[in-house]
Design a protein around this ligand. Structure first.
Ligand code: 2P0
Length: 330
């Protein structure tokens, strides 16, 4: 048996768009921060016994279909590397996320990374496994490593050079924190896979971004991380999040992932930075309304207090609220 843990990742230079849908090859490189698996991630155990029938998978205690194309792609690649002839039988996988999957916070990234890590451990597959995790879900390749990780888009048609590379380890910038603001835990209306397909097909801004904007941002982001230069890191992170959402608006028909609360958070962070006299906090949003704020330890408490004052958590219903609801219904 093999057991592995992998953290979710938050992209600071976003991946949006595939040049090859089947192999999951992106139109631009991307870069992310991997969260600790103990804070937000997946734990996966895998076991193999040739006398067991088929492949079975339990996700958060519920049996799921293991026959999906993405899971089969990962299994096939592991099989090819391990030299096992008939590995598609006899595998049992148990996977648990320590955060609500419905919140849409990069669950597929840590999920596929962890699945591939566990299968790799089980079948003693050596070498880089990010190329396999990528075929489960693009962003999953970045979760194979901790710390700061880039996904190099690569040039090869077979995807052999479209891999994740660690830019700096998890120990590199210990004062950097991520605050996750759950704006909504509803499932997103437009999936990332479907959304990016529409954007590639219809958005000229996305094509421009991939060719003319991201390559330079990748270089500058890597340098900002190496220098632990928060102002540069924060500005690039916010600019890239904004441009990603601009490409969503430029998609036809347009895709809206941000809502009014997300936009209020953007204004709040700019006002906070204005007051601090420099960039001390940065926001980023993926394919949904939830925000991730980056901040250094010195400003963490101040920012957290301001956030909870500006966006008080919605309170749980009291007994009186339920009674009032009942009365209205009757
Ligand atoms: C990212 N996102 O770089 C970007 C930013 C969402 C916005 O990667 O089709 O779930 O499995 O390759 O990886 C979400 O896309 O899509 C994503 P597939 P994935 O994190």
């Amino acid at each position: 048996m093999a057991r592995e843990g992998r953290g979710s990742n938050i992209a600071v230079i976003k991946y949006w768009g595939k040049r090859d849908k089947k192999k999951i090859l992106p139109i631009n490189s991307s870069l992310s921060v991997t969260l600790s698996p103990f804070d937000m991630g997946t734990c996966t155990s895998a076991a193999y016994n040739p006398s067991w029938k088929g492949v079975k998978l339990w996700l958060n205690g519920k049996e799921e279909d293991a026959n999906t194309e993405r899971i089969q792609n990962c299994l096939r690649e592991i099989q090819a590397r391990s030299g096992e002839s008939d590995m598609k039988e006899g595998i049992r996988i148990v996977s648990t996320n320590n955060f609500p999957t419905a919140a849409g916070l990069a669950s597929s990234a840590s999920g596929y990374a962890c699945l591939v890590a566990a299968l790799g451990g089980l079948f003693k597959v050596e070498g880089d496994l990010s190329v396999i995790a990528r075929q489960g879900s693009g962003s999953a390749c970045r979760s194979m490593y901790g710390g700061f990780v880039k996904w190099e888009m690569g040039k090869e048609e077979d995807g052999s050079d479209s891999i994740a590379v660690q830019v700096a380890p998890e120990t590199h910038w210990p004062s950097l924190h991520a605050l996750i603001l759950v704006v909504s835990d509803e499932k997103k209306k437009v999936s990332s896979t479907g959304g990016m397909e529409e954007s590639v097909r219809t958005s000229k801004l996305l094509a421009h971004r991939a060719q003319a904007v991201v390559p330079d941002r990748m270089v500058r982001m890597e340098q900002a991380i190496k220098d632990k230069d928060f102002a540069a890191f924060g500005k690039l992170t916010m600019e890239d999040s904004n441009q990603f959402h601009a490409t969503c608006l430029d998609t036809w028909p347009p895709i809206f992932y941000l809502n009014d609360t997300s936009r209020a958070i953007i204004q709040f962070v700019h006002a906070f930075n204005e007051e601090m006299g420099q960039i001390c906090a940065a926001y980023t949003f993926d394919a949904g309304p939830n925000a991730v704020l980056f901040v250094e330890e010195a400003n963490l408490v101040k920012l957290a207090h301001r956030v909870s004052a500006a966006f008080p958590p919605s309170k749980d219903k009291t007994l009186e609220d339920h009674l009032a609801d009942d009365e209205l219904r009757n």
